[in-house]
Structure formats: structure tokens, C-alpha cells
Design a protein around this ligand. Sequence first.
Ligand SMILES: [Zn+2]
Length: 538
Amino acid sequence: MARSIVSSKHVYLDIDHPDVPADIVIEGDRVREVVPRGTGDRAAANSYHDYGDAFVSPGFHDAHQHVLHTALFPSSLADRYPGKSESDCVERLRSFALGHPGDGWLISQGWRSALWDPAVPPTRDSLDAAFPARPVAMCSGDLHTLWLNTAGLRALGISEDAVPPAGGIFDRDANGRLTGVLREAAGMVYTARVFSQIPREELLSIYGDYFQRMLAQGVTSVCDMALSAAPGADNVREDVYEGLLADGRLPMRVNMFPQLVGDFDRIQSLQARLTGPILRSPGMKQFFDGVSSAHTAWLTEPYANPYFPGDCGRPTVDPERMRELVLGAASRGIAVRIHTIGDRAIHTAIDIFREAYERYGAPRQGANSLEHLENLLPGDVEALRDAHLVASVQPQHIVIDVTQPDRDLGPERASLMWPFASYRKAGVTMAFGTDSPCVDPLSMEVLGCAVTREDPRTGEPRGGWLPSERIPMNVAIDAYTRGSAVVAGRADELGTIAPGMLADLAVFDHNLMSTPAERLGDVRAVATYVGGALAWER
Ligand SMILES: [Zn+2]
């Protein structure tokens, strides 16, 4: 078996040994032993990589991403543009089309008519004037709304008398004619159908580019999370991954979490056939509420700036239905991860998972988790631990808008948000991710935001938002490696550097344990290993 040595003065083995000089002896795809630097048996190794002062970490693991969107929108297949008005967006797409001749879909993402001048919803007429024959799909900035031209409606089989899917809306004009704007479940379902019409080779190619981008961040594993619970619209594409895997073109580890909508055939089939080390499907995803900035997160007490008396947001799934779904998964040993932002969604989900654990024990692979967890009720930090739940959190979200929690939730609730230090103290496992494309999947921002709770671009707010909840770098790296491995069910072989573990390594040009947080933006990956093989190099 091929043997190699990776050596550095600064190796992060695990949370308690975050900076040691070591030789990592690799045999096949696993770590054979870790020995003091300079003492590895070089004569017995096929290769030796001395990284000197560089920092070697277990590969990072983004525990929450939407891969198709993260891959598609920065690619040459699609444009990304918010626009100043409807006509501005159409003009921009006209120039994009010049560089993308053919008759296939033209796709763009980013428009927000609320920010346009004038702030009115678009219609298909403006697109039809520019693109009478070629189908156009304009995805809104928040991905909840889809704006199509007539050719696009036709390509998707949407006729004038069509009925939108449950939870969806087809906009119509004063005469009852379709405007080409599809909202909520309708937007999501048909966006997924547009994407399913992208030619396969092109899709494989943009996923390939995406993997290189992730490896260049030191990310060696990702959880691809269902983007929507609208049937058929989760955008988790096992067909793409399995094709890439069969061709030997899947260079990093992917854990798929398709939608939990009451049908277990898909996940059971995925789990039965995906047992290898690269591609897995450890569990499923659901959504319990929305976001607090839109007052759709489900709260115990009304919002601080209510839109109407008693404005507490609402659950997106009836709690009894959610309980049935979770117990259905738990009875089959399948892990579930639930989007929960508001304190009532979190509290209710904890109760459901506690019951599931008491009745059926731990899932066979992976761990149950709550996703995002913004504001919590006092006591629910400990309750998470007692219900064996992982807190899957995205440090960059803390600084998306630091004025928003006070505005929507008020100071009292805002003081128990993203409580990373409290999780650590209570023994709650944290898994770090990004929720890309919601924020950019940049590994140094993930770590920097967790350590400083400041915006990595501006340094604001100075000293950090809720500074008592800052965590040290070794704890942040632990959440981004071992913690994410726990939620994906891989902690026995991923997330730390130790004998027997898979040799996924990220090498950086600065020692993360001693680099001042304000310099993290200068850190660059040097090399990334997956299963002992060099998968990417600067
Ligand atoms: Zn998400």
C-alpha cells in the first residue's frame, strides 16, 4: 500500500492538540500514525511533503450548503445580477445571451423588484420582446420567485389554465392572464424543473468547478441540504453525484440530505447503495419556520415590531405533522435535520426529537440536528444536549445584519442568539457551515466570524456582536471538522487527525492558532488532501 508522510511544525490534531509539530504517516487513504516531526520513517515512504511553518488541519466540512445553487450561479451557465429595474435586468440578459448563443435556457439570479425603481413586479412581456423564442428563467435574489418568458412557460408546460402546486402562486394580470411570475412553492418547483433541463455534461462540468473551489478553501466534505420541502424541488441531485462518482470525478466527500416529505423510498434506496467513503446520504431535511427578518420565524412571544397584534410568525409545517415525519424517520433509523430559526420552532423541535430519541434511540447514521437556531429560550441550550441534537450553525450569519435582532426581537431575546460559547460550555456539539449561496462559502470567514463575531470585511461591530459568545480558534476548528463529521455520521473516521482516521488534510500558509483574527483574510490554502491523495494544490 502506498505510504506517504505529511510533515509540519503546526498540526491541528484535535481540539486538545491544536498546534503540534508532527509527521503524519499515511497508508492508503488513512492515517497510519502520527509521530514527532522528523521521526517518520522516510525510507519506507513513497513520498514526503514537508510543509515547514504551514498549518495542517483536518479537512474542513461545510455542514450546510445548497450545492446546485452554489455551483450554478457563479458559473458560465448562469448570470447573477440584481438590476436597477425590470428593463435593466432584461438589457443585462440580452448581453449575457450574446456570449451564450444557442436555444437552451438562459438563466439569471438576483433580481429583487422591491429594490427596483419603480418597485413593481416584472412580467413576461419585457422578456418576450427581447427573447421571443428562447426560454428564460430569472430567479429572484431569495430564490423564492421565478420570472419566466412565454417560451419558458411553454418549455415547462405551464398553460393559461394551469394550477400552481400547493403553497405556490402564479401571478395573473387584471385580465387573468399569466404574467410569468411564479411565487413560493411554484417558484421553487419550477426552478428545479428548469435546472433539470440543463444538459447533463454542462451540469457535471459546473459541479467539477465547484469542487475545485471548495478544495481551494480547505473544504474536503460538504452536506448538500434540501433547499425546499416542495415536492421534487429539493435540488439535491444524486443523479449528478452518482454520475461523477462512477466516472472518478468526485474529488471530495458529499453527504446528501434530501427533503423529508413522508416518502422514505428514496432515502432508503440511497442509503442501501451509497456505502462507500465518498458519497453518502445520512439523513433528511425539513423546515419548521422561515426567517425573523421577514417575521416568518416562529416565536413564543410576538415580534418587537409586530406587523399586526400577536405577530409571532408561524410554523411552516403543522407541529403534529412534523412529529409524524420525524417519528417516521426515527423508526427507520434515519437522521433528520430541521430548519428552526425562532425560539418556538426550536423548542417544539427539541420536544419532538426528545420523544424520537426515547422511542427509537440514535439514528443508524448521522445525528439529528437543528439548523440555524437563531434565538433560544433560556434552558434550551441544555435541552438540545439532552435531546442528543447537534446545533448546526453558520457563523457568518451573525454579521449579515447586526441591527436586525434588536429591531425584530428586542434586546432581551437578542441576548440569547447564536450562543456558541454557551453551547460549548453545556456540551452541545456544534457543526459549522455556511448555507451557501446565502453567504459565500469562504472557510476563513466561517472561522473568523466564530472567533470575533465581527464582520470580516468591516471589523464591525468592534469587539464582536454579543462578545461573551466568542469562542477560541481551536473550538471553531473543532466545530468545522469533528462537529460536522458528527452530524454526517462520520466522526469515527473524519474530523480529527489520528491513527485509523481517513487522511483528509487542509494545509494553510499561516498558523491558524497564532494568526490574529484580523489577518485571517490573508490566509490561503496551499494543498488539500482527500483520503491521503493530493486533491488540490495552489
Ligand atoms: Zn439552507
